[in-house]
Design a protein around this ligand. Structure first.
Ligand SMILES: Cc1cc2nc3c(=O)[nH]c(=O)nc-3n(C[C@H](O)[C@H](O)[C@H](O)COP(=O)(O)OP(=O)(O)OC[C@H]3O[C@@H](n4cnc5c(N)ncnc54)[C@H](O)[C@@H]3O)c2cc1C
Length: 304
């Protein structure tokens, strides 16, 4: 627990990032979780996944964006991504974070930017997933999603099982036909808003999955947790929900064995592929989820 908190704290530290990136070998191991810095790196990573019948979602890492010009740059990047998906005939959609598109600068700017990406995706009959960030952003993120959903059906949202509010959010989201990605939640949240114990988060995840699957809407069950995956498979089979009516989702580089195993068993799998210059906070959050990864990193850094 302490290691997790320290890693989440360090995920915001520029100084620690500068220290680590002095080691060439550290830069090599980051490729385990991040496809690379450029769009071409992500295109290549997704091509390889598609060869294994795994779908993907592009995620341009651009956290800490603070100016309107930078948010417009993000829209341009995502438009290029959508062009590239089409040009390379990739099986992939895109995931966006609203802070990247101006949520902390101006709500209207954020709405317009997100709308521009959703509209571009609609032209390609592609789909945009709005990621969920920390709990201070939940209301604003849901509001923008709802506004877009009134106009578009190629936009979806993420909910986090660690938040107490999520059950009610799901009820409201299902009522507007929202496509939902269910995840446990990746941020450090206070006990006032989120279950502090992992076992409660897991129990809530299963309860929420059981709300989503019978809805007749195509949802994403995002987890690497075998218990969550098996509970989903069992519930689906007991309720005659065939494996083409939902998909499992995992993160790039995590549990590749399980990704391929589920594909072999006839399930759908989508992998979230992050790329971009601002890979550091994302990378640290992945380490925090599994502090055992720190040993993997340290071993490789020492080797280098
Ligand atoms: C496709 C996708 C999209 C996501 N989008 C969001 C989002 O928008 N907002 C948000 O808050 N969170 C998001 N997350 C992250 C999510 O909330 C969790 O933090 C993350 O998935 C870890 O939880 P878990 O369900 O895998 O279960 P855990 O109980 O954390 O892990 C279960 C098992 O999975 C493996 N595992 C998990 N994480 C790692 C890791 N980093 N390295 C190695 N092994 C690991 C381990 O074997 C572990 O025992 C997303 C996750 C996925 C898969």
């Amino acid at each position: 627990m302490l290691t997790k908190s320290v890693l989440l704290y360090l995920s915001n530290s520029e100084g620690f990032k500068n220290f680590l990136t002095r080691f060439k070998s550290f830069n090599n191991v980051t490729h385990r979780f991040v496809a690379g810095e450029d769009l071409t790196d992500a295109v290549e990573a997704i091509r390889q996944l598609n060869k294994k019948r795994i779908s993907a979602s592009f995620d341009h890492l651009g956290e800490s964006i603070s100016s309107e010009a930078e948010t417009r740059e993000e829209v341009r990047e995502y438009t290029h991504v959508l062009d590239s998906i089409s040009a390379n005939a990739l099986d992939s959609n895109v995931s966006v974070k609203l802070t990247q598109l101006g949520l902390d600068i101006d709500r209207k700017l954020c709405y317009e930017n997100t709308r521009a990406i959703v509209e571009a995706a609609a032209r390609y009959q592609n789909f945009v997933r709005i990621d969920m960030e920390d709990s201070t952003k939940t209301d604003a993120t849901l509001e923008i999603f709802r506004e877009l959903r009134r106009e578009f059906d190629n936009v979806g949202i993420v909910v986090q099982a660690y938040l107490y509010r999520t059950e009610k959010d799901i009820e409201e989201l299902l009522a507007i036909g929202a496509r939902i990605r269910l995840c446990k939640g990746a941020y450090k949240e206070p006990e006032s808003v989120a279950f502090p114990d992992k076992k409660d988060v897991d129990a809530n995840y299963i309860k929420l999955m059981k709300m989503l699957l019978p809805s007749g809407i195509y949802h994403g069950i995002a987890t690497h947790d075998v218990k969550m995956i098996n509970a989903t498979r069992q519930f689906a089979s007991e309720n005659n929900i065939t494996s083409d009516r939902y998909e499992f989702q995992m993160l790039y580089g995590i549990r590749r064995d399980l990704q391929e195993k589920l594909i072999r068993k006839g399930y759908r799998m989508r992998v979230y592929v992050p790329y971009g210059q601002y890979w550091y906070p994302y990378f640290m959050r992945r380490l925090a989820e599994r502090p055992a990864n720190v040993w993997f990193i340290l071993k490789n850094v020492m080797k280098g």
